[in-house]
Design a protein around this ligand. Structure first.
Ligand SMILES: N[C@@H](CCC(=O)N[C@@H](CS)C(=O)NCC(=O)O)C(=O)O
Length: 229
């Protein structure tokens, strides 16, 4: 089983956290999409040119981070489960993962792109809309976390795998310090062994990428909560 990935990539980190939680071994293959030759070679494996990509023992190629985790759950249904057996709970996990992917990660990407425009061109309609959806999604997570240790309850799940890299990187462009449950939850996430290990291994690569931007950025600590917007 092979995983094509980069250590700083938030989508790859979701999958790496899942592998670590489920204690599944795989052959790691790091991809540098900034290298044109490596990219064109990789596009023969994944035509979208996105990481991660997973190749099963039978040579089946699976992409999309959450679908890779779904596959792991089907193939290795041993504990700990990242998608609950209970269908209602499984629906909650998948719903939260979608909210994180579409509204939080989508918003983060829009806000991030905006930081790389000349100052006078920033804050257009699309950015305002994305920020509103992002705020709604963060408030929803904060509310769902009432009385819960992890996003969908007491068990760490697919939703938490998605939340960890997304909420850590979100701080580059947006502070959620005003949401106490969400902030405490991220503190718990970042202290969890699987998350800590995956984030530590990607930190240097991410720092270098942020520093090399036209308008350089930093990854603030949870306590700093630097506000770009
Ligand atoms: N929907 C995909 C998104 C994957 C994705 O956007 N990966 C980023 C890295 S975090 C990527 O490959 N970016 C390279 C590019 O767009 O050229 C998933 O869930 O796996």
């Amino acid at each position: 089983m092979k995983l094509y990935y980069a250590t700083a990539s938030s989508y790859c980190q979701r999958v790496l956290i899942a592998f670590s939680e489920k204690r599944i071994n795989f052959t790691p293959i790091q991809v540098n999409l900034f290298d044109p030759e490596a990219r064109s070679h990789y596009m023969q494996i994944n035509p979208f040119g996105k990481i991660p990509t997973f190749v099963t023992e039978n040579g089946q190629v699976i992409f999309e981070a959450s679908i890779i985790i779904e596959y792991l759950e089907q193939r290795f249904p041993n504990e700990p489960r990242l998608i609950p057996v209970d269908p209602e709970l499984a629906l909650e996990v998948r719903l939260l993962e979608r909210v994180i992917d579409v509204y939080i990660n989508g918003g983060r990407e829009t806000l991030f792109a905006d930081t790389q425009r000349p100052i006078e061109e920033r804050g257009g309609k699309q950015v305002t809309k994305a920020k509103r959806l992002l705020e709604t999604a963060c408030a929803l997570l904060d509310q769902r976390l009432q009385g819960r240790t992890w996003l969908a309850g007491e068990e760490f799940s697919l939703a938490d795998c998605a939340a960890a890299p997304t909420l850590t990187y979100l701080r580059i462009v947006y502070s959620y310090k005003h949401l106490p449950r969400l902030t405490d939850y991220v503190r718990r996430l970042e202290a969890r062994a699987s998350v800590k290990q995956v984030q530590n291994s990607g930190r240097e690569q991410m720092k270098q990428m942020l520093a090399a931007l036209q308008y350089p950025l930093e990854l603030p600590a949870l306590e700093e909560g630097r506000v770009y917007f």
